[in-house]
Write a protein that binds this ligand. Structure first.
Ligand SMILES: [Zn+2]
Length: 127
């Protein structure tokens, strides 16, 4: 049986070794699970660390909305740990308000070597 978790493990292992593997996964006769082709290649990972800025910009400043924004700060160390474990570089879009509010979190992102993308000061709609 090859399922999603096993696919991910195989692909992450190939990535850690710097390999670009291409393999097909045939249906196991006795088990009825994933059939498909998986390729370890290039994937661009981006994260929006908007925190409170998104909700403030939308004028949704109820405790419920802001708590969703605050949870972003809880997720940052977890994501950085996972990216570091698999030696994956990524791009983080972080508004200026978030950088001021969660400075140490943002410094950890930079220190880990990830790219920072422009995301306005308060998640403004630039379109
Ligand atoms: Zn965003």
């Amino acid at each position: 049986m090859l399922c999603y978790d096993e696919h991910s493990t195989i692909l992450f292992d190939a990535h850690k070794k710097g390999e670009h593997s291409f393999f097909s996964l045939a249906r196991h006769r006795e088990r009825d699970h994933c059939v498909g082709i998986c390729m370890a290649g290039t994937v661009c990972l981006t994260f929006d660390f908007d925190a409170l800025s998104l909700w403030i910009n939308r004028r949704q400043t109820s405790p419920a909305s802001l708590s969703r924004g605050e949870f972003g700060a809880v997720a940052v160390p977890r994501i950085l740990h996972l990216l570091n474990m698999y030696r994956i570089q990524s791009t983080w879009f972080i508004p200026g308000h978030t950088i001021e509010t969660y400075r140490s979190h943002c410094e950890q992102v930079v220190e880990a070597g990830h790219e920072i993308g422009l995301h306005g000061y308060l998640h403004e709609n630039v379109g």
